[in-house]
Design a binder for this molecule. Structure first.
Ligand code: CA
Ligand code: CA
Length: 279
């Protein structure tokens, strides 16, 4: 699930690619926040302080999830959260906020693997994954699917190489989706521009028709011209003082190339007749 952040504290904090980490400046801000929460100046945050912060930040996080975060992120098992652990907490929350959990998992796969491997057995069980799945927007069904796809050895656990494969697959899927979204967006923009250009095409056709009456270089639905005009073609309005007009146009229209597509026969005939009419 994605946490619902109802506080603006994290609004200006983002993970920066390609390492998907917080910047030095953000670390300084986090240090200030840490100091503000550390009201008893012990250089560590006690459970009640972390609990209060998480309840304030996210309105859909439950007590069990808060307890799990506090327990799992106490990496040195000191019974409290030190600054380094606090950086990791903020990074995980920001990844969830910005929907960059998969990028974070991939970039910090070793850290995330060790975080998930609650008993330090060197493998992650389904239950271990489920404990923190919510932070990575993975529900129980997602996690079962991950084990089906990536538990290659079939021991109902993921070792690091299997987990790493999962994170790579996530990134590849993200890239494919991004590519698809980009393609759809470009198609929409293209369709929009194609519609907008109709008056321009009419004008182009009109201009060309002054030289070759009836020749439609662009039809309404054409994305490419039906007829390829010579690059150096000059129109009457541009060459009013050119004494060699007639000769120039004779040469030009002899070199007009008609696209050899299946439905171009009538266009080809048209073009030939226009050429004839010009002469
Ligand atoms: Ca600790
Ligand atoms: Ca384990």
């Amino acid at each position: 699930m994605h946490l619902h952040f109802n506080s603006s504290i994290l609004d200006y904090i983002h993970l920066i690619p390609p390492t998907w980490s917080i910047t030095i400046t953000t670390m300084k801000l986090c240090s200030i926040l840490f100091s503000l929460l550390d009201i008893d100046n012990t250089n560590r945050l006690e459970e009640y302080q972390i609990r209060a912060l998480l309840m304030y930040l996210a309105n859909n996080i439950n007590k069990n999830q808060i307890s799990t975060i506090i327990y799992k992120l106490d990496l040195d098992q000191s019974g409290a959260m030190e600054l380094e652990e606090f950086f990791l907490l903020i990074s995980l929350l920001v990844a969830n906020k910005d929907k960059k959990e998969k990028e974070f998992m991939h970039a910090h796969s070793k850290t995330v693997f060790e975080l998930l491997d609650g008993d330090s057995s060197g493998t992650i069980s389904v239950e271990e994954f489920q404990c923190l799945g919510f932070l990575f927007n993975l529900d129980n069904r997602d996690i079962h699917n991950i084990f089906e796809d990536f538990d290659i050895s079939g021991d109902d656990a993921l070792d690091y190489s299997e987990f790493r494969m999962f994170t790579i697959a996530c990134i590849n899927k993200q890239k494919a989706m991004k590519k698809k979204r980009f393609k759809t967006l470009m198609q929409r923009r293209f369709n929009f521009l194609a519609k907008q250009r109709q008056p321009i095409l009419k004008y182009i056709n009109k201009t060309i028709n002054r030289c070759v009456p009836g020749l439609a270089v662009y039809g309404e639905d054409d994305t490419i011209p039906r007829v390829t005009l010579p690059m150096d073609m000059k129109f009457p309005c541009q060459q009013a003082n050119n004494d060699d007009d007639d000769e120039t146009f004779s040469d030009l229209f002899e070199s007009i190339y008609i696209s050899p597509t299946s439905d171009n026969d009538d266009r080809s005939t048209k073009s030939q007749s226009f050429t004839r009419s010009y002469y």
